[in-house]
Design a protein. Structure first.
Length: 126
């Protein structure tokens, strides 16, 4: 089974740009609808794949923009924090060591999704 987070953005093109600058995501696919909006995109980073698309007011799943919380395991939290801050991410928690051994930080993207990054990798904890 593969798990692929999927987000909707009011401005998906701006989100793709932000995710590239802030976190180093690289677009794999970007598909437009008939109006030139991003219907579906896939971005890769940190060994994972993120799917995203443009928000639709009358979408089949309702309004769910800016309500997600994602955790991404990375080896260098401080470097990524500096990059995210430089790209305009809203700082929620500066990098700090946790009592369980991880170094974590959290920021919000321009549409309110919470992104947490840390050195803890659940796959390594098994």
């Amino acid at each position: 089974m593969g798990i692929y987070p999927a987000l909707h953005y009011r401005d998906a093109r701006a989100a793709i740009d932000f995710l590239q600058r802030a976190f180093g995501f690289e677009p794999v696919q970007v598909h437009e609808d008939g109006d030139g909006r991003v219907a579906h995109a896939e971005l890769r980073a940190a060994g994972g794949l993120l799917m995203l698309g443009s928000h639709e007011e009358a979408g089949r799943l309702g309004d769910h923009t800016g309500q997600s919380w994602l955790y991404v395991s990375v080896p260098e939290v401080d470097e990524l924090f500096a990059r995210a801050r430089g790209a305009g991410a809203e700082v929620v928690m500066e990098p700090q060591d946790q009592d369980y051994g991880s170094r974590d930080m959290s920021v919000r993207d321009p549409e309110g999704n919470l992104w947490s990054f840390g050195t803890y990798d659940p796959e390594d904890a098994r």
